[in-house]
Design a protein around this ligand. Structure first.
Ligand code: C5P
Length: 295
């Protein structure tokens, strides 16, 4: 029996500027994504006529297993559009990316499911079609197909790959409780004036330097006040981590609650990862390099 194994890397937004709310309820964004080593693993085998999802690992209990999760929906969407009902798959996800953490773990699994089922079923669906299926599934799914570093505009799903030489050492502080992306955007609407000019030109410029200190100084996330207003301890985590030796930048990852700390060296990252759990709200830490490509 064919068994395919795919890595599904999580992401951090180095910059996330949020402007207007759109008629479809989404927000226009300008964001820079970086895929990082912290990855779920998807194992995919043939199962005639049925799509079955089995999720294990960190936070797995929070994800439905009745096919309504993003992984199952991705496989079903691909089958509906390009396959036939005889096709099926058993999708086993081993989670390492925090669930509801702002690192697009669900989107990563969905993108991996699209790629895995495309291969398993021998569909030969090309990258542009996979990208439009990904955009239907969620705003972060297209980047999860692409990997590396990219600029995302509109919902964050219209992507341009960005040059980004070098390796960046990240520490992720995991929170005890997840945050709903929808709730964070809704709070953002309550707190912010609409229609700001959202640009990330300087961040994109400094990315070409490969200089972590420069990049660290340009990390920005417009959703931070909203996330902090829902979970004040996020502000404390960012402040505590920013002050640790070797940290050159700190940013909320996506809509949070995971906080990301950019470190100068691998050794500094290990030390920062050991210190952050001194805060009661930090469940644990993960050290991960980026960018990574999607294999
Ligand atoms: O696309 P996804 O299902 O991941 O988005 C979750 C929620 O996040 C959306 O329903 C929306 O409330 C919010 N969102 C947004 N603008 C974006 C991306 C997400 O308002 N660009």
């Amino acid at each position: 029996m064919t068994e395919l194994v795919y890595r599904a890397p999580g992401k951090v937004n180095l910059g996330l500027r949020c402007s207007s709310r759109r008629p479809d309820g989404y927000h226009n964004l300008v964001t820079v994504f970086m895929a990082v080593e912290l990855a779920d693993t998807l194992t995919c085998t043939t199962l005639p006529g049925r799509i079955e999802v089995d999720i294990s690992g960190e936070g797995a209990g929070q994800i439905p297993t009745d096919g309504s999760d993003l992984t199952g929906r991705a496989a079903a969407l691909l089958r509906t559009r390009f396959g036939d009902p005889s096709m099926g798959a058993r999708l086993v996800v081993d989670k390492a990316i925090p669930v509801a953490g702002g690192m697009a773990g669900g989107s990563a699994d969905a993108a991996a499911a699209l790629r895995a089922c495309n291969e398993l079923w021998g569909l030969g669906v090309g990258a542009p079609d996979l990208m439009s299926l990904a955009a239907e599934l969620g705003a972060d799914v297209p980047f999860a197909l692409l990997g590396g570093v990219a600029l995302g505009v509109r919902r964050g799903d219209v992507l341009t790959p960005l040059p980004c030489p070098g390796t960046y050492h990240w520490v992720f502080a995991l929170a005890r409780r997840g945050l709903s992306t929808q709730d964070v955007f809704a709070r953002h609407d309550e707190l912010s004036a609409d229609g700001q000019d959202a640009r990330l030109d300087e961040l994109i410029d400094v990315l070409t330097s490969g200089d972590a200190s420069l990049v660290g100084a340009h990390l920005v996330n417009d959703l931070t006040p909203a996330a902090v207003s829902l979970r004040p301890e996020i502000g404390e985590t960012l402040a505590f981590g920013s002050a640790l030796p070797g940290v050159v930048g700190a940013v909320l990852s996506g809509s949070g609650p995971t906080c990301a700390f950019l470190c100068l060296t691998e050794k500094a990252a290990d030390d920062v990862a050991a210190r952050l759990p001194e805060l009661p709200q930090v469940l644990g830490t993960r050290v991960a390099d980026g960018p990574v490509s999607v294999d």
